[in-house]
Design a protein around this ligand. Structure first.
Ligand code: PXG
Length: 466
């Protein structure tokens, strides 16, 4: 067997990595100088690195390992499926049992009339599917000009050309451009952008931008709106309570399609199966990936409502699909993952145990001199670092300077807590226990204390001038 060993010394592995491996979203030269951290094992919420450190994974990998690492039953299902039928496609009027069973299971779990699944290999691919699906929908309905998709600044929908264009992150647009027919409105980020408005008024104001944009473009040109129930990669931005109901009202009023990107918020993260349930959103299409398989296999998809599926079917062949759409091993593993979530009552654990326990401790972090607001929905949380809480001030230093320094302290203390700009974010495996939450909070506090001392010493606790 060709086993990949963990036995080379760390420095040698790092040199090989730097020589041959191009990392996503990484400054290659910076990493080559420093050397990547090498993760070798995972169990539950714990990771081990090549130096033997025991790290608590406050991010569930990349927001995906919902059931925790090291689940034997998923490995067994994968092995069995590989022996039985390692691959077959779902093109040309063929199918297989894992894809059928997974589609049926997702349809059962998804709310309302979201009863159809188009499989992809990732969230980015699924969002590319969505762009083509919504444009095709309006074409078949005889309105081919309805092709513009409205999305949000600082939203994240992947990094393929389609996903990257839907996302509202200018550094991504700067590397390779954007596809046409996508426009962005402002995000519902009250802490950072709400100025003197109340949260509720600000939520309505930001939702109104969608209505204004539809009217500006002409409803006859608008296909859909896409948004994450909670922006994840943008910094765990939890919208004001008024935001989603108003977005829903506007989509209903103008009859445009609503796409909820549930790649992070799906499969228990917010304390329900889907974030749309938590926020009362009734989407026509949901994007899914990540927690669908808890990251054990790469798989994503679009959950599509009856009407959109029927109209697209009416149009005859839809010229779209991926070699690995509904891959049997990925589908079988995802199905086992959903069984584990359901039978172990993991979503009840989030709602009744982990969320309330963490919420009390997470909110208490606002007692720390560096921490402004704390947000936690289910097990998706963020804290805003600030030099002046009362003013919700930003730091004078370039955005991300303070966040990065704080993340470095977290890493040094064997806690994976990420930063987005000067917000710190967490999204731990949903199976985290109360004892493990204590460890997470203890390490977070220690890291904040150390970071605060460094910031004071370096003269960085300074607010940006208004
Ligand atoms: N939609 C959302 C809401 C996501 O969070 C994607 C789509 C794309 O999924 P794939 O499987 O193509 O990566 C994502 C992915 C980060 C980070 O830095 C977030 C994601 C991916 C990589 C990094 O927080 N989210």
């Amino acid at each position: 067997m060709n086993m990949i060993t963990n036995h080379l010394p760390t420095a040698e592995l790092q040199a090989l990595d730097a020589a041959h491996h191009m990392h996503p979203f990484t400054d290659a030269n910076g990493l080559a100088t420093k050397g990547a951290r090498i993760i070798t094992r995972g169990k539950g919420v714990w990771l081990t690195d090549s130096e033997g450190n025991q790290i608590i994974d406050g991010m569930a990998g990349l927001w995906c390992v919902n059931i925790g690492y090291g689940r034997k039953s998923l490995a067994e299902v994968a092995a069995r499926q590989m022996e039985e039928l390692a691959y077959y496609n779902t093109f040309f009027q063929t199918t297989h049992v894992p894809a059928i069973a997974l589609a049926a299971k997702i349809a059962e779990l998804a709310p309302g009339d979201l009863n159809h699944v188009f499989f992809a290999g990732s969230g980015s691919e699924a969002n590319d599917t969505n762009i083509r699906l919504v444009r095709r929908y309006w074409q078949v309905k005889g309105q081919p000009d309805k092709r513009v998709i409205i999305a949000r600044k600082n939203g994240y929908h992947g990094s393929t050309m389609g996903g990257g264009s839907l996302g509202g992150m200018s550094p991504i647009h700067a590397h390779g451009g954007m596809i046409d027919g996508i426009v962005h409105v402002d995000q519902p980020y009250w802490w950072g952008e709400g100025a003197d408005m109340t949260e509720d008024a600000f939520g309505l104001e930001r939702a109104k931008q969608l209505e204004d944009k539809i009217l500006e473009l002409g409803v006859e040109n608008v296909a859909a709106f896409i948004g994450e129930p909670i922006q994840g990669a943008g910094g765990v931005i939890v919208p004001p309570a008024t935001y989603w109901p108003e977005i829903q009202r506007i989509c209903d009023k103008y009859g445009i399609l609503l796409i909820a990107d549930e790649v992070i918020t799906g499969f228990g993260r917010t304390g329900n199966w889907f974030g749309s349930e938590t926020f009362g959103i009734r989407p026509h299409i949901m994007t899914i990936a990540k927690g669908l398989s808890s990251g054990y296999q790469p798989i994503g998809g679009s959950i599509v409502c009856d009407d959109v599926a029927a109209v697209v079917a009416e149009g005859g062949e839809f010229f779209h699909g991926y070699t690995y759409s509904g891959h049997p091993v990925a589908a079988a593993v995802a199905l086992e993952n959903l069984r584990v979530i359901q039978e172990e009552g993991i979503i009840d654990h989030v709602r009744n145990v982990a969320h309330p326990y963490l919420k009390e401790r997470w909110d208490a972090l606002t007692d720390h001199p560096l921490v402004g607001e704390a947000k936690l929905v289910g097990l998706m949380g963020s804290i805003a670092l600030t030099p002046d809480k009362a003013k919700r001030a930003k730091f004078a230093s370039e955005s991300g300077t303070v966040g990065f320094k704080t993340r470095e302290r977290c890493f040094a203390n064997n806690l994976i807590m990420r930063h987005v700009g000067d917000r710190m974010i967490i999204s731990p495996p949903l199976v985290i226990t109360t004892a493990e939450i204590d460890v997470l909070i203890e390490r977070a506090k220690k890291s904040l204390d150390e970071s605060y001392a460094i910031l004071k010493a370096e003269g960085l606790m300074v607010a940006k001038a208004d």
